[in-house]
Design a protein around this ligand. Structure first.
Ligand SMILES: Cc1cc2nc3c(=O)[nH]c(=O)nc-3n(C[C@H](O)[C@H](O)[C@H](O)COP(=O)(O)OP(=O)(O)OC[C@H]3O[C@@H](n4cnc5c(N)ncnc54)[C@H](O)[C@@H]3O)c2cc1C
Ligand SMILES: NC(=O)c1ccc[n+]([C@@H]2O[C@H](COP(=O)([O-])OP(=O)(O)OC[C@H]3O[C@@H](n4cnc5c(N)ncnc54)[C@H](O)[C@@H]3O)[C@@H](O)[C@H]2O)c1
Length: 444
């Protein structure tokens, strides 16, 4: 039995059903979970249009004068079309594998026994893959207003002429920059003193500079205190006394686990103080036979992690000696410039007591970046000076979500920085800057 058709649950259900097992999936909302329906897929299809508009405007510095006309309804129709296609794909996948899908919210009534709608089922193996939902602050005046979250954002039909974004993490930056590039006058309300606060400070500074170039107004070090909504206009009162007005308010301050409806206590499953499911290194919950994967189990909240959880869990259930930690974690932020990250930062490595050092190459010194006019950003690599192994990388620049895979593979292979330095990469590419980055260690 699988509860929630998230990124790991769907392939697990399909695989097991194809092996001839009886598999049931409970899903209370759209099949395929948040990634397909209101996460990665629609947001990246949306950003394709937004960055298309942004890139077109930036050709100005190449001597090309463009006029950008945004057909917002067409942009969003395309986004919804892609989302629907992916969603249909999940339906077909589960159906053709022979999985029984029950469209209902599931909750435990006993050990490994679940009720959803009018169906009650007990199974020897239960996997929880229920993901997360938007965290909404207890902000006076907010409840009952038509504020946006990632859940209803992709249903937008008209471009808000003024947008207020509360929260400067992944979603706020991606969708906020996206709407700004499509033409919304955008205000980003940042609680701390930098955007994407969990990353290195030069990442935040570079993104803040890019956002200013896009005309986004950044408000640092302020809290939202009150919301008013009158005549279709939001008024947000900030802790510094400012009041901002917008036609849309996007609230993206983080996520909360979808565990409230599960009644986990009936099956002896423990949650942590934030409501995430407690699991051991093998994804096992505190109830025998019940496992949890993905965001709800407090794994790093990325689709590729949830998907990889499924592969690991399957291997573990087959008796292989795997655990949930032995992997190189990579991720990306799809702003422009992008942030491609993998492994440890210098600070993280040093905190672990490792002898680590880093080298940095600014984009302004990379031939390809100068030729293409992408001079904002940098490439950084962190190495272990005892073993020469590559520990991590931070790449801020054009399409670095792709480029960072060079480091991901090298790190999976346990490679040293000398291997990268010796590689002859093609000229002129962004990729050729990676051996150049390693060469900074030789020259030092
Ligand atoms: C706007 C946005 C953009 C994102 N972009 C990216 C990206 O570019 N790259 C990336 O790697 N990650 C991205 N993510 C994160 C990614 O979507 C999640 O990490 C990923 O979906 C993994 O989630 P999951 O498998 O844990 O569960 P989910 O995909 O969240 O699925 C959980 C499912 O369980 C269902 N459910 C919950 N409770 C119950 C219940 N009691 N009974 C029945 N069903 C239930 C839910 O309805 C849902 O369908 C993004 C997220 C958001 C919100
Ligand atoms: N490119 C990607 O892979 C991608 C894209 C989108 C989302 N995601 C995943 O989804 C997760 C959730 O994204 P998110 O943007 O909702 O969360 P987040 O944790 O990335 O960012 C939330 C931001 O809101 C701020 N905040 C918190 N409380 C606040 C308050 N009361 N007022 C103002 N600001 C406040 C935080 O300081 C933080 O900067 C991410 O952590 C990521 O794992 C991934």
């Amino acid at each position: 039995m699988i509860i929630g058709s998230g990124q790991g649950g769907v392939p697990l259900a399909a695989d097991y059903a194809k092996e001839g097992r009886k598999v049931v999936v409970f899903e209370r909302d759209a099949l395929g979970g948040s990634c397909i329906n209101y996460g990665c897929t629609p947001s990246k299809a949306f950003l394709a249009a937004a960055h298309g508009a942004g890139r077109a405007r930036q050709t100005e510095k190449l001597g090309i004068h463009t006029q950008v006309n945004v057909d917002f309804p067409a942009v969003m129709e395309r986004v919804r079309g892609i989302r629907d296609r992916f969603n249909q794909g999940v339906h077909k996948r589960l159906e053709s594998a022979g999985v029984r899908v029950i469209c209902a919210e599931a909750s435990f009534v006993d050990e490994r026994t679940v009720k959803g709608g009018d169906v009650t089922i007990q199974a020897p193996l239960v996997v929880i893959n229920t993901g997360t939902s938007s965290l909404v602050p207890d902000l006076p005046g907010l409840a009952g207003t038509p504020y946006l979250t990632n859940r209803n954002f992709f249903d937008l039909k008209t471009l808000p002429s003024r947008l207020l974004v509360l929260g400067a993490g992944y979603i706020g930056l991606e969708l906020g920059q996206g709407l700004a590039r499509l033409g919304s006058e955008t205000h980003l309300i940042v609680r701390g003193d930098r955007v994407l606060g969990q990353e290195e400070s030069d990442v935040s500074e570079t993104l803040a500079e890019a956002f200013k170039q896009d005309g986004i107004q950044l408000h640092f070090g302020v809290n939202a205190e009150r919301v008013a909504y009158e005549n279709n206009v939001f008024t947000l009162s900030l802790s510094n006394g400012d009041q901002l007005q917008g036609d849309a308010l996007l609230v993206v301050i983080g996520r909360k686990p979808n565990t409230g409806a599960l009644n986990v206590a009936a099956s002896g499953i423990e949650l942590d103080d934030k409501g995430f499911i407690k699991i051991d290194d093998q994804f096992h919950t505190t109830c025998s036979g019940v496992y949890a994967i993905g965001d709800a189990a407090k794994q790093p909240a990325f689709t590729h992690v949830s998907w990889e959880d499924y592969r690991r869990l399957k291997a573990i259930l087959k008796g292989e000696q795997r655990n949930r930690h032995d992997r190189v974690l990579g991720y990306a932020v799809y702003t422009e410039p992008q942030v491609g990250r993998v492994g440890m930062t210098l600070e993280q490595a040093q905190k672990k007591g490792m002898n680590a050092r880093s080298v940095v190459l600014p984009m302004s010194q990379i031939a390809r970046a100068i030729e293409w006019g992408h001079e904002l950003g940098f490439y950084r690599m962190v190495i272990d000076t005892d073993t020469d192994k590559i520990l991590g990388a931070t790449l801020v620049g054009y399409e670095t979500a792709e480029l960072v895979h060079v480091f991901l593979s090298l790190m999976e292979a346990g490679a040293t920085w000398q291997l990268l330095e010796q590689s002859v990469h093609i000229h002129p590419t962004y990729g050729e800057a990676l051996p150049s980055l390693a060469r900074l260690l030789v020259e030092d």
